[in-house]
Design a protein around this ligand. Structure first.
Ligand code: SAM
Length: 416
């Protein structure tokens, strides 16, 4: 049976059973609507400028480098007990507890802001880390203090051994949470198995609820399949299921309140992300850029002032809110308009085994050669020592606002 959700103001066809996009009823609410919404969601007019709730993180450039090497961190030693303080502390005193693990740079979609027209596989060979190599490299980082992992790509679900990788990483002592970012195309098929393999959370990239716009943005995608993936993720018990929408002023402006409206009745966290510049999306800059402030303004105009929401311990850059009375949350990730580098808690591992210290850094650091050491204890010790040494190179902040996006060509290389 088709499920009906109310998501926006344009009439949309309801797809067949199991593939139903949320059907749309006309709900042209404004902040001043007097009538309570069906489901008794009372609207309130925004009390003041939305921006007041944004507290920009202190500029990372205000960070002071601690004297001496980054080795804030002690020398490599025995594994940390889960919950112990991380030894991954960079030279600005930031504690690094979160690792994004790219398992491939291949993707089955071709999003316009991720890849330029005609790009096929622009990032080199398929010599990606094996499951064994991923386990060894991530294991070293986890022993040093990483507690939360995210599998990403390219599209992680195009890797045949993704369940094996998930199982192994979740089993590493000290891993408290394993998340996955996906475009959702394979999620309907894989959601239960991913849950069984130990994945705790999924983020689905979904920039629009309009099938044609979806195809335009992704250059090939089927929105119905992705939506069935979202439903499968909810049914499989992932908590939370987050939807990530990159804001594109010319493509999904109208989707901002439709996506936000999903949270009224569904336990979803919909997050809006400012499009970041890379070498691959220069054709979209600056016209496609839309700030989170503008997205929030649109949402509040329609649904009333957003309330700050408790999204649990803050582990990432999203600021979480709730439409009054809604089941789910909306969030904003504003790397350009409100930089959050001062709070950075993350490291990244590329699919070929390089450590990336900042998404927009000028270089990555190969760790894979250290795996050649046949003695596991010596290998692990060398890896840990090298990682601790490299922390000194983690920059204070990205330089996007100065027009420097480092050596990142596309997010497909590293998964955001
Ligand atoms: N395939 C997976 C997915 O779709 O989530 C993981 C990789 S994808 C590169 C990770 C996220 O980065 C997606 O949500 C995508 O929309 C986002 N992304 C890609 N390029 C971006 C850009 N230039 N600015 C902001 N987000 C971007």
């Amino acid at each position: 049976m088709s499920r009906l959700y109310t998501i926006g103001s344009a009439a949309r066809a309801v797809l067949p059973a199991g593939g139903a996009l949320p059907a749309v009823e006309a709900r042209r609410w404004t902040a001043g609507d007097a009538e309570p919404l069906p489901g008794a969601i009372a609207l309130r007019r925004a009390a003041g400028p939305a921006a007041a709730d944004f507290e920009p993180a202190p500029a990372a450039s205000a960070l002071r480098r601690a004297p001496g090497p980054a080795a804030a961190a002690p020398a490599p030693g025995p594994a940390l007990a889960p919950g112990s303080p991380t030894r991954l502390v960079d030279s600005f005193g930031r504690r690094l507890t979160y690792l994004r693990v790219s398992v491939t740079d291949r993707c089955n979609l071709r999003c316009t802001y991720c890849l330029p027209e005609g790009a096929a596989h622009p990032f080199g060979d398929r010599d990606f880390l094996s499951a064994d190599e991923i386990e060894a490299l991530v294991g070293a980082l986890v022993r040093l203090g990483i507690e939360r992992l995210r599998l990403t790509g390219g599209e992680p679900l195009v890797r045949k051994d993704i369940l094996e990788i998930a199982r192994r990483l979740k089993a590493l002592p000290g891993v408290r949470n394993l998340a996955l970012s996906t475009n959702g195309t394979e999620l309907e098929r894989m959601a239960p198995a991913l849950r069984a393999a130990g994945v705790d959370r999924v983020n689905v990239s979904l920039d629009t609820l309009d099938p044609e716009t979806f195809r335009e943005i992704t250059r090939r995608g089927d929105l119905g399949a992705v939506w069935r993936g979202v439903e499968a993720a909810l049914a499989a018990g992932f908590d939370p299921v987050k939807l990530n929408a990159v804001l594109l002023s010319r493509h999904n402006l109208a989707d901002v309140d439709r996506l936000a409206a999903l949270t009224l009745e569904m336990p979803l966290a919909v997050r809006f992300i400012e499009m970041m510049p890379t070498a691959s999306n220069q054709h979209l800059q600056p016209d496609e850029y839309l700030s989170c402030d503008e997205a929030r303004r649109r949402i509040e105009e329609r649904f009333g002032a957003l309330e700050p929401a408790d999204s649990g311990p803050r582990t990432g850059p999203a600021k979480a809110f709730r439409i009054p009375g809604a089941r789910g949350q909306v969030g904003f990730i504003s790397p350009l308009s409100h930089t959050f580098c001062a709070d950075c808690n993350r490291l990244r591992l590329t699919a070929r085994g390089e450590l990336r210290l900042c998404l927009f850094a000028d270089r990555t650091y190969p760790l894979r050669p250290l795996l050649a050491e046949p003695d596991a204890a010596r290998r692990d010790q060398a890896l840990e020592a090298e990682i601790l040494r490299l922390l000194a190179e983690k920059p204070a902040e990205h330089m996007l606002l100065q027009g420097n996006y480092g050596n990142l060509v596309s997010f497909m290389q590293i998964g955001g």
